[in-house]
Design a protein around this ligand. Structure first.
Ligand code: FES
Ligand code: FE2
Length: 324
């Protein structure tokens, strides 16, 4: 079994199912809306009743296996397209059919699901989710969730993959990183050119908190990011940006898991339809990461080469026993 497998019986899949995972933005699921999802190697239907209750249901109707995302919402029920069997917000029909409907909670503009079989734990408090936030559009990439987590802790790649950035210039003069362990993860402290840089926090199993430069006037803003596997080789990132003040809400997306502009530019570069010199985008850093992570086979990286990666791998080692 690949160590990156995330189905219910895999070690990584079990770890990820023992935590609340974001599965969609609240704004992308209007009343009576339905989304088809793939999360942790399982297909799901996410729908919202006309009263506003979000429901996660299995992808396929238990009657004859039709995709429930092609049905419609009628009041507080989801009606299957094929023969019209209706399911309530607990996954029950009036007849003999029922299905699993994992617990959901909405907070900070995200819908979180508990996909494990065990009883759901409390949603961990994240103070930033109570303040003014902007939930960025989900980013689906064809790479492992673990590659994306590693990338956020991999300082060495910044000087190469992001060599056009101001941070690369700073790091080229030499840098140092230090890990401070916490109960639920660790904090990576970074300094370069005699300056302390914003720290990066990792929280098991798949959450990161870091600061991103916005503009010289606005400075840095804090991002809270979940890298959620859709399966072993696809993941979606959900990012909550904590804002200094309230901003207009982001616009809803009709197809939230479709390839973003970043993915389209990345694919054009990977296929040779676009050259670096022709690339014009305000998401340069993300496109640089996309081509670094999504152009080849999914693998675990040898991770002991710098403190943040070693600390990450130490936390996950139980799920990746064969990698030592
Ligand atoms: S397949 Fe859904 S009602 Fe028959
Ligand atoms: Fe990067």
């Amino acid at each position: 079994m690949s160590p990156l497998e995330v189905h219910a019986k895999s070690p990584a899949g079990r770890l990820l199912r023992a935590a609340w995972q974001p599965v969609a933005r609240s704004i992308d699921l209007p009343k009576a809306g339905i989304l088809a999802l793939r999360m942790l190697s399982q297909d799901w239907t996410l729908w919202r009743s006309e009263a506003g209750i979000p429901v996660l249901a299995e992808a396929f109707c238990p009657h004859r296996g039709t995709r429930l995302s092609l049905g419609r919402v009628k009041g507080e029920r989801l009606e299957c397209h094929h023969h019209g069997i209706c399911f309530d917000t607990f996954g029950w029909s009036n007849e003999t059919f029922s299905m699993r409907s994992p617990p959901l909670q909405e907070q900070g503009g995200l819908i979180f699901a508990w996909l494990g079989e065990e009883e759901a734990a409390a949603l961990p408090p994240i103070p930033e989710l109570q303040g003014p936030v902007r939930v960025l559009a989900p980013e689906s990439w064809p790479c492992s969730f673990y590659s994306r987590i590693q990338n956020s802790l991999d300082i060495r790649h910044v000087a190469h993959a992001h060599r056009r950035s101001g941070l690369a210039t700073l790091l080229s003069e030499g840098w140092e990183s230090k890990v401070e362990e916490e109960d639920s993860g660790f904090v990576l402290h970074l300094s370069a050119g005699g300056k302390e840089l914003p720290k990066i926090r990792f929280v098991m199993p798949n959450r990161l908190e870091f600061f991103t430069p916005v503009s010289p006037e606005l400075g840095w803003r804090k991002h809270i990011v979940w890298r959620v596997p859709q399966d072993a080789v696809h993941c979606v990132s959900f990012t909550v940006a904590s804002l200094p003040a309230a901003e207009a809400p982001a616009a809803p997306l009709a197809r939230p898991f479709a390839p973003s502009q970043i993915a389209e530019l990345g694919e054009a570069l990977l296929e040779g339809r676009l050259q670096w010199e022709e690339l014009k985008t305000e998401h340069l850093t993300e496109v640089e990461d996309y081509v670094a992570l999504c152009g080849g086979p999914a693998t675990l990286w040898p991770s002991e080469e710098e403190p943040g990666l070693a600390a990450l791998h130490a936390r996950w080692r139980g799920a990746f026993p064969e990698t030592g």
